[in-house]
Design a protein. Structure first.
Length: 65
């Protein structure tokens, strides 16, 4: 009887750990999605800044003597 109780306890503990791991993996997955979204936003902003730099360079070149 005591052996069965120990097995049940081990199963319950393993189940709890598996639940924690599953929750942690879900958290990592969400973080990866957020990082991916932020990376896309940074890329878009960089493209916009690059275009502004080109425009500014063209405008400044008009004033060269």
């Amino acid at each position: 009887s005591q052996g069965i109780q120990e097995v049940n306890l081990n199963i319950n503990q393993s189940s709890a750990v598996a639940g924690t791991i599953s929750s942690d993996i879900a958290g990592v997955n969400q973080s990866v999605r957020e990082i991916s979204t932020a990376g896309g936003q940074v890329n878009g902003t960089a493209d916009g800044l690059s275009q502004l730099a080109k425009t500014l360079q063209q405008l400044v070149s008009r004033f060269k003597i």
